[in-house]
Design a protein around this ligand. Structure first.
Ligand SMILES: [Zn+2]
Ligand SMILES: [Zn+2]
Length: 304
């Protein structure tokens, strides 16, 4: 398997059931695990899927509803007992940080685990994390409380060097970094050799968009344009569209419309209301609009 994956740990909405856990997803990028939401049962599912606690150092919360955060006190307790990492960064709003400080104050009092809160304003788009090769951005959503979606995107990669062309034009190796960055080369005689002669297009950057609880927002299609994989909540079926609107959730058909309008690679469903007994209904409804739909379920891993 490749170095950019998404693991599905929980697909239920507010009421968990024997089949589905509440929300939790793990983005697995080059051996780093980035958890998005942490509903009850997340830490058990994490272990069932053979993910390593030692690789988990960032948790991103979409909003402060119980089905997205109630697994956190248990998980942080386990991380503290495991003594594996010194720092865990939780990305949330100021309000989320205040609430969790209080909870952790009770349960993680003697913990050696250092929890760092990285807070953001849920009303505006922000880059909230970046390292050498990956960037995470927020997208404000429309839910009953301040809520964001996340885009995990690789940074632009360097251009590929064409070794044969380097030899032909006698380009010294000291120029390689300039060429990778897209610069032209001027030889000793002052002759300019365009970068396109010496390099090839870089490997395309990959991206994953995580759109958790939200009302249908047609404007989202522009924000998630062309991502390789889009998770978009599908709490309801079309027959309950009015209720979805009223409860600030989406239907499978609406998620599929976003995927189609944004021309994404694939759509992943989830956050199913427990009223429906057959998950295939979400898949069928979405596939009628966007054929490249995958039914999210606990234990599923997708490569980006
Ligand atoms: Zn929810
Ligand atoms: Zn919610």
């Amino acid at each position: 398997m490749g170095d950019f994956k998404v693991h599905v740990l929980g697909c239920a909405s507010a009421k968990p059931n024997p089949v589905h856990n509440p929300s939790c997803t793990v983005v697995d990028y080059r051996s780093n695990l980035f958890m998005v939401d942490c509903g009850e049962g997340a830490q058990q599912q994490f272990q069932r899927m053979h993910l390593k606690f030692s690789r988990l150092s960032h948790i991103f919360l979409t909003h402060l509803h119980g089905d997205h955060v109630l697994g956190l006190p248990g998980l942080t307790g386990t991380l503290a007992l495991s003594n594996l990492q010194e720092t865990l960064t939780i990305h949330t709003t100021e309000e989320g940080a205040d609430m969790l400080r209080t909870i952790f104050g009770y349960f993680n009092r003697d913990s050696t685990l250092q929890v760092v809160f990285d807070t953001f304003n849920a009303q505006k788009e922000e880059v909230i994390f970046e390292n050498k090769s990956l960037r995470v951005r927020t997208i404000p959503l429309q839910h009953r409380v301040p809520t964001v979606g996340y885009i995990f995107e690789e940074k632009e990669k360097p251009r590929h060097i064409r070794r044969d062309a380097l030899e032909r034009y006698n380009v010294p190796f000291s120029q390689i970094n300039n060429l990778r960055a897209g610069r032209d080369y001027v030889d000793q005689n002052g002759i300019l050799i365009p970068n396109s002669e010496l390099t090839a297009e870089p490997t395309p950057s990959r991206s994953y968009a995580h759109i958790g609880d939200t009302r249908y927002m047609p404007s989202l299609a522009v924000k998630v344009k062309g991502v390789n994989l889009l998770f978009h909540e599908t709490t309801y079926l079309k027959e309950n569209e009015a209720e979805a609107q009223q409860r600030f959730h989406s239907t499978a058909a609406q998620a599929a419309a976003i995927a189609r309008d944004a021309a994404v690679g694939r759509l992943l469903t989830g956050h199913y209301s427990s009223r429906y007994r057959n998950d295939r209904l979400f898949l069928e409804e979405a596939r009628a609009i966007f054929p490249e739909t995958i039914l999210g379920t606990e234990g599923l891993t997708l490569e980006i």
